[in-house]
Design a protein around this ligand. Sequence first.
Ligand SMILES: C[S@@+](CC[C@H](N)C(=O)[O-])C[C@H]1O[C@@H](n2cnc3c(N)ncnc32)[C@H](O)[C@@H]1O
Length: 247
Amino acid sequence: MRDAGRVLPRNDPRQYDDLADEWWRPDGVFAMLHWLARARAALVPPATRPGALLVDLGCGAGLLAPHLVGKGYRHVGVDLTRSALAQAAAHGVTAVNGDATAVPLVDGCADVVAAGEVLEHVPDWRAAVAEACRLLRPGGLLVLDTLNDTALARLVAVRVAERLPTVPRGIHDPRLFVDDRELVTECARHGVDLRVRGVRPGVPGLLRWLLRQATGAPTPPAQAPRIVPTGSRAVLYQGRGVRATDS
Ligand SMILES: C[S@@+](CC[C@H](N)C(=O)[O-])C[C@H]1O[C@@H](n2cnc3c(N)ncnc32)[C@H](O)[C@@H]1O
C-alpha cells in the first residue's frame, strides 16, 4: 500500500504499519477515526474513583487519549500493531501489545472498556466481546462503535467510503462486519446490557470537509465533522452498556 507500494489482503493488520504516518493527521486517511474517537469519549463519564482504569481494545495510535484528558482514567491500550502502539505510548497511553481476543489483563480490572472501530477487524469478534466483558468490573462501562453486517454497510463503508479520503482503501473485510442484534445478545450473555444507536458524520460538516480536502485546505479541528445520532443502525453504530453487578 502507500509507503511500501505493496498490496495487502483486505483487513491485513500490516496495512497499519504502512499507514503509520497517517494516524495523527486529522485530515489524513484516518480522519474519520478522529471524529469517532471524539464521539466515543463523549460516552465516557468522569472516573468515579482514583486510579480508575480505561482499557482501550484495538487502541491504534491512541486517538482516544486527547478526549479523555481531565476525566481521571489511566488509559491502557491493547493492540496487535506495534507501530501504532508506539504512537499511543507517546500520547500517554500505557501500551500493551496483544490480541483483543486474549488480553493479558486480569478479570474485572477495568472501570471502562472502549472498543472503537475494532470489532469489525477481528475474525472472531465474539471472543473480543467476551474479553471486553471479562475485563469490566461489575458496574463497569463498555463503549464501542462498529460497522453493521448489512448490505448497506458494505455499500457505504466499503464501496463508497473507501473511495473517499476519509477511509483507507482495503482496510475493511466486509465479511467481518458485526450484526447489531447479535452483538447485543452476545454482550447480554456476558452480563452487559448493551444499548445501541446508529451514528453518522453530520452531512454539512462532512461536505465542508470534503470540499476543503478537494481544494487542499486544512480543516481547523473545531470545524471537523461531528458524529451525530441517526435513526438507522444499518451502517455505523455506537454501543454503550453496563456490566451487571451480580454477573
Ligand atoms: C480501525 S483501527 C481503530 C483504532 C482505534 N480504536 C481508533 O479508533 O482510532 C483498528 C485497530 O485495531 C487493531 N486490531 C485489529 N485486530 C486486532 C486484534 N485482534 N487485537 C487487537 N488489535 C487489533 C489494529 O491494529 C488497529 O490499530
